[in-house]
Design a protein around this ligand. Structure first.
Ligand code: 17E
Ligand code: FE2
Length: 421
């Protein structure tokens, strides 16, 4: 496969990229535009990118595939709180079976692939004595591995230590093959259990040699401070880059003095952060009158401090959030607005938040990125740089994975019949 006239992120030139045996074999800057009308057929292994942006695939670092497409079944979340979401989901859980999960997961993965995602980290609820969600997701991960990368987090939705047999279920999930240990300290019955759960999560990660991704302090309570316990354990056990704190919405409400002290630890620990802009703007602030908090973690400040932070969707039509469509560019748009990252410089590197930073969170940087010798996995976007793709919500025109075309899109064409100018 050969791609001509591609723009690469943060580069002024046009590029030719060559692919052999599924890897990038050459990446060369061109002198100018190569005029080759014949070269425009992905099926023939010749692609004329025509000056459009070729970039590493989008990364969805936090989604709940087991719950996707279940909103309103059997009841709708009326209050819009996280806690009612957990309650509504517990009514749906007894109705789960393998067939139901498979067809919803496949539909959702299709939405993600159609919008440029090639790497997914999904949470799978382990607060279920049958573990049917977790097992089905692990099976699908293995079955789909040639088409999409999936990491499965064993996520104890109702508490690792507060749910009956929560710890045993977690261990069963890890033995079955979950890639990542999850947690939910702010939902444990007490502060002590929350703290203890963070230590347990890190111990399990060491014992089973797995990554860690905790739903951490997903609440507006400024006293929810499990992040410091997680970061400290990660630091002491030297696991930092293998650990992720998702949500951390309480950090929005921490006082600045505490936050300043906390950032020193966060930086030293090297842990990663995931923020879910559409989810958190919807679920947080629900106990406020006016003014209402935005409830997102401090993405701008984390980023400025050199701490790795990425954006995720979290939900697609589930008991927590009844919109969502697989478009990470939408999450990015929301996130930049809500976090006030709207400066010219922010826009220049905006796609980092749904590409490179997500890849770092997933610990896949050894096989991710547009570099000679790496897997030839990329997307082609309508737009020429981060700014124009973001501003126009540029469509994904093509998704190639290890040299094979995964998805192609023919963009809609608008015909103006009457337009004065
Ligand atoms: N479960 C949870 O604890 N938090 C969320 N945001 C979702 C599920 C979607
Ligand atoms: Fe989540």
């Amino acid at each position: 496969m050969k791609i001509i006239n591609a723009r690469l992120r943060k580069q002024p030139d046009l590029y030719t990229l060559e692919v052999e045996d599924g890897l990038f074999s050459a990446i060369r800057a061109q002198q100018g535009y190569i005029d080759n009308a014949a070269a425009n057929n992905p099926a023939d292994d010749m692609i004329n990118a025509d000056g459009k942006l070729l970039c590493a695939p989008f990364v969805e670092p936090h989604i709940h595939l087991d719950a996707a497409l279940t909103a309103g079944e059997p009841n709708w979340n009326q209050s819009g709180t996280l806690f009612e979401g957990i309650e509504r989901w517990s009514e749906r859980k007894p109705m789960l079976n393998e067939q139901d999960i498979r067809q919803r997961v496949l539909k959702t993965v299709e939405l993600l692939v159609a919008n440029g995602v090639q790497h997914i980290r999904t949470h799978a609820d382990t607060s279920d004595p049958t573990l049917v969600g977790l097992k089905t997701l692990c099976d699908l991960r293995d079955e789909l591995k040639d088409r999409i990368d999936i990491q499965v987090v064993a996520f104890p939705q109702d508490g690792l230590l507060s749910f009956p047999n929560g710890l045993q279920l977690m261990e069963q999930a890890l033995e079955y093959g979950a890639d990542v240990v999850g947690g939910i300290p702010h939902f444990e019955y007490t502060r002590e259990l929350g703290e203890q759960s963070m230590k347990t999560v890190i111990e399990l990660a060491l014992r089973y040699d797995r990554l860690v991704d905790v739903h951490c302090d997903e609440i507006d309570d400024p006293n929810s401070r499990f992040l410091e316990v997680l970061a400290c354990e990660a630091l002491f056990k030297e696991l930092g880059p293998r650990v992720t704190a998702s949500h951390t919405t309480a950090m929005h409400s921490y006082d600045n003095a505490y936050c300043s002290k906390l950032f020193r630890l966060l930086k030293q620990s090297g842990i990663n952060f995931v923020s879910c802009p559409t989810e958190s703007i919807h679920l947080q602030g629900r106990f406020d009158s006016y003014p209402k908090r935005r409830g997102l973690t401090r993405v701008k400040e984390l980023n400025e401090a050199g701490i790795n932070v990425c954006f995720a969707e979290d939900s697609i039509f589930d008991p927590w959030y009844s919109l969502g469509n697989g478009k990470l560019l939408r999450s990015l748009d929301f996130g930049l607005h809500i976090c006030q990252m709207m400066g010219y410089k922010d826009f220049q590197s905006a796609l980092d938040l749904i590409t490179d930073n997500g890849a770092r969170t997933l610990n896949i940087t050894d096989r991710y990125g547009i570099e000679t010798g790496k897997p030839a996995s990329f997307i082609l976007l309508e737009g020429e740089d981060d700014y124009s793709v973001l501003r126009n919500q540029g469509e994904v025109l093509l998704s190639v994975r290890q040299g094979e075309v995964l998805m192609q899109r023919q963009p809609a064409r608008v015909v103006f019949n009457r337009l004065a100018h």
